[in-house]
Design a protein around this ligand. Structure first.
Ligand code: ATP
Ligand code: MG
Length: 317
C-alpha cells in the first residue's frame, strides 16, 4: 500500500498542471497564467493518464480538455484518430493540438454527461441505445485486407495471458479457463470479415451525451479490426455493472445488452456466433483485470460476478 505522505503523486500533479498550461499557451496563444485547470480524471495515483478541464480566467465554462498520457505514443495515436474521424456521423471530441514529447492532447471540451453516469441511473435504455447507434456509425469499413475473427480473438486472449496475475489458485483457474477457451476458438472457422474502424475501448464512460448526440473520447486504441471486440467490451460491461453499489433496483444488464445490440443492428447467426466468442474472451479479460485491482474490495466485487458469468457460459468447470 502507498504511504499517505508519499509526495510523488502531488509532485506529478503539479508538474502536469504546469506542463498543460505551457502547452495551452503555446497552441492557443493565450498566456499561461490565463488558464485555470480542474482535474477531471486521474488513473492511478501517479503514472496513469490525467485529464484536466481548462477554462480561461473570467470565463465560467471549460473550453478545452487536456489529457496527459502515461505513454506519449498514445497521445499521437489519439490525436491522429480524432483528426481522421472529423466530420464522421459518429462525432468525436475535436482535436486542437498535441505535444508528442510531453504526451499531451488538447481537444475541445464537450459539455454534457458521460454515458457512464447515465447508464447507472434509472432510464438507462435511451443512453444505451444511443451508444449502439453511435458505434454503428463509427464502424466505418476500411480499405484493408480481410481479417480473421478467430485470429483477432486469439490475439486478444494471448495479450491477456501475457499480463501477470498474482500467483495463487485463482491464477491457476484463470489459466485453465484461458487454455480451454483458446482451444475452443482455435477449432472455429477462420471467420474472414472486412475490417472496420474500431474504437478499441468501447465503454460508456468514453462517450459524452452532448445535447442529444453522443460524442466519443479516449481514441488512442482506434484501429482496423473486428467489430465484435467493441460490441463485446460494451455488452460484458453492462452485464458486470451490478458489482457496483447504488445502481437502480431494477437495473437489468441482460435487457440492456439486448437493446444495445438491437440499436447497433447486429443481425444474423454468424454475427451472433462471433459475438458470443468475443464475449467469452472479454469475460476472461475482465476477470484478469479484477484480479489485478489494488484494493481487496474492488477485487472481490468484480470477481464474484465475473466468475458467475464465466460459469454460466461454461468457461470454467
Ligand atoms: N474533450 C472532452 N470533453 C469533456 N470531457 C472529457 C473530454 N475528454 C475527456 N473527458 C472526460 O475525462 C474522462 C477521461 O477521459 P479519457 O477516457 O480520454 O481518459 P482515460 O484516462 O483514458 O480514461 P479511462 O482509461 O478511464 O477510459 C472522460 O470519461 C470524460 O469524462
Ligand atoms: Mg476513458
Amino acid at each position: 500500500m502507498r504511504d499517505a505522505s508519499d509526495p510523488a503523486p502531488v509532485l506529478h500533479l503539479r508538474q502536469a498542471t504546469r506542463l498543460s498550461r505551457r502547452i495551452l499557451a503555446d497552441r492557443l496563444s493565450v498566456p499561461e497564467d490565463e488558464w485555470r485547470l480542474r482535474l477531471v480524471q486521474r488513473r492511478g495515483s501517479h503514472g496513469g493518464s490525467l485529464v484536466f478541464a481548462a477554462r480561461r480566467r473570467g470565463e465560467e465554462a471549460a473550453s478545452f480538455a487536456v489529457k496527459l498520457f502515461a505513454r506519449p505514443d498514445h497521445a499521437r495515436a489519439e490525436f491522429r484518430a480524432a483528426a481522421a474521424a472529423r466530420g464522421s456521423a459518429a462525432a468525436v471530441a475535436e482535436p486542437v493540438g498535441f505535444d508528442p514529447e510531453a504526451g499531451i492532447v488538447v481537444s475541445r471540451w464537450v459539455e454534457g454527461e458521460t454515458m457512464g453516469a447515465l447508464v447507472r441511473r434509472p432510464g438507462a435504455a435511451a443512453p444505451v441505445a444511443a451508444c449502439g447507434r453511435w458505434l454503428r456509425a463509427f464502424h466505418r469499413p476500411l480499405p484493408a485486407r480481410p481479417v480473421s475473427a478467430r485470429r483477432v480473438l486469439l490475439q486478444r486472449l494471448a495479450a491477456a495471458r501475457a499480463e501477470p496475475i498474482r500467483p495463487g489458485p485463482e491464477r491457476e483457474a484463470w489459466l485453465r479457463a484461458a487454455e480451454a477457451l483458446a482451444q475452443r476458438i482455435g477449432a472455429m472457422s477462420p471467420g474472414w470479415c472486412w475490417p472496420v474502424r474500431i474504437h478499441g475501448d468501447f465503454l460508456p464512460q468514453n462517450l459524452i451525451l452532448s445535447g442529444r448526440s453522443p460524442v466519443g473520447v479516449d481514441l488512442c486504441w482506434v484501429r482496423a479490426g473486428s467489430r465484435h471486440l467493441d460490441l463485446a467490451r460494451m455488452t460484458i460491461h453492462l452485464l458486470l455493472l451490478p458489482r457496483e453499489r447504488g445502481l437502480p433496483s431494477d437495473y437489468d444488464g441482460a435487457a440492456l445488452r439486448h437493446l444495445f445490440l438491437r440499436a447497433y443492428g447486429l443481425r444474423g447467426g454468424q454475427a451472433r456466433h462471433w459475438l458470443e466468442a468475443a464475449e467469452a474472451v472479454e469475460i476472461l479479460v475482465r476477470w484478469a483485470s479484477f484480479c489485478r485491482e489494488d484494493t481487496w474490495h474492488r477485487r472481490q466485487a468484480g470477481r464474484d460476478l465475473v466468475r458467475a458469468l464465466a460459469a454460466d457460459r461454461e468457461l470454467v468447470r
